[in-house]
Design a protein around this ligand. Structure first.
Ligand code: SAH
Ligand code: SF4
Length: 379
């Protein structure tokens, strides 16, 4: 008979949960604290290397527990240094993670996923076409960051030397639809006695789940990015069906009330440039009007086309003209330069290479989208 792995996973347990899990082995609280340090500060996965413990304890721990990571199913590196990993979770579900290294005047970031697929169906986003959707558990979210540190050899570095200096929830999924697990994971990422990434270096991107925004700001205090992409309800309803539930006025109100907002702590508004759809000068003007009074930054994102997508990216000169208008109106609005294009590492293209779809599969996805819309009352 095949042997079933019954070892209990430790990553994802809070400090208290970890102490409780190992207490039956006679591990005292101060030893549990050391174990937490080995796991989250030193990045050690092999109990044999936890040299502050007796040999017996190391063996006992190894017999019953495992310091797990998501498995790497595929890894790719771009000519510009961007790396992309397809990660396999224990149930074989896959998500992607991307590391964009820092280069001059461009801050690097680790882009992580919060769900397998997404229940929302933004028309320009490839993730929204995926059939399988489930929430990632806290350990699967924290585990992405830990795995990235393994891969980058980033555990021993002093914080100012670390290669991984920003985490953004801009991979697959809507983080505010998986709030409990995302919040637990973010608290672990921010723990100064653990992974210790400052809340100022963590950005949660949401398509606008209005009722969860206040809580996110109060409990986590991370940077907020809003996927806005349109300045009127008619267009936003069309390209982001969630807008029918939480229209622009309510979204802007929730942004104005986001806790801790100030000129040094701005909300980032993401705006994907779709040719002939949202890229006119009138759109730029409407955007400036809409954001008046909200401390904000605007990120113009060139649309990344994927096979079967219904949109095209705006022309370069149009994007530049749009950006100039925003700059003249006083907005910091960098155009997010595409990185890792050769390995399809950009937003909205995640998992596309691993999902080659047949015509029947596409039809099944279209059907599922309709079901998802109906279930949410968005159709
Ligand atoms: N669900 C969250 C976070 C993941 S999407 C959200 O929607 O904010 C991360 C960002 O990528 C969002 O701003 C999203 O609108 C953008 N995006 C999705 N598909 C894209 C595409 N094909 N080209 C460019 N940006 C895209
Ligand atoms: Fe989901 Fe974000 Fe993609 Fe919309 S843009 S489908 S919310 S992942």
């Amino acid at each position: 008979m095949e042997q079933v792995n019954t070892k209990k996973p430790l990553v994802g347990l809070s400090r208290e949960e970890l102490a409780a899990a190992v207490a039956p082995l006679g591990v005292e609280p101060f030893r549990a604290k050391q174990l937490y340090h080995w796991i989250y500060v030193r990045g050690v996965t092999d109990f044999a290397l936890m040299t502050t413990f007796s040999k017996t304890l190391r063996e006992d721990l190894a017999n019953q527990f495992v310091v797990q990571r998501p498995a790497i199913s595929e890894a790719q590196k771009s000519v510009d240094g961007t790396q992309k990993w397809l990660l396999a979770m224990p149930d074989a579900q896959k998500v992607e993670m991307v590391h964009i290294p820092s280069v001059t005047r461009d801050i690097g970031a680790l882009c992580i996923s919060s769900q397998v697929g997404c229940t929302l169906t933004c028309r320009f986003c490839h993730t929204g076409t995926q059939r399988l959707v489930r929430n990632l558990e806290a350990d699967e979210i924290v585990g992405q960051v830990m795995l990235a540190r393994d891969q980058l050899g980033d555990w021993t570095a002093q914080s100012q030397d670390r290669l991984l200096n920003n985490v953004v929830f801009m991979g697959m999924g809507e983080p505010l639809y998986n709030y409990e697990n995302v919040a637990k994971a973010i608290k672990m990422l921010m723990d100064p006695d653990g992974i210790s990434i400052s809340k100022r270096r963590i950005t949660l991107s949401t398509s606008g789940v209005v009722p969860m925004m206040q809580r996110c700001g109060e409990e986590l205090g991370v940077n907020l990015a809003i996927s806005l992409h349109a300045t009127n309800d008619e267009l936003r309803n069309h390209i982001m069906p969630l807008n029918k539930k939480y229209p622009i006025k309510e979204l802007m109100e929730a942004c104005r009330n986001y806790p801790g907002l100030s000129n040094s702590r701005r909300i980032t508004f993401e705006y994907v440039m779709l040719k002939g759809v949202n890229d006119s000068m009138n759109d730029a003007k409407a955007l400036v009007k809409l954001l008046a009074g909200i401390p904000s930054k605007i990120n113009l994102i060139p649309f990344n086309a994927w096979p079967g997508s219904a949109f095209e990216c705006s022309d370069d000169d149009v994007i530049e003209g749009f950006g100039d208008y925003l700059n003249n109106a006083g907005y910091v609005s960098p155009i997010r330069r595409p990185r890792g294009r050769d390995i399809l590492a950009a937003c909205g293209q995640l998992k596309s290479a691993s999902m080659r779809l047949s015509v029947t599969e596409r039809a099944a996805i279209a059907e599922l989208q309709r079901e998802k819309d109906l279930a949410q009352g968005l159709a």
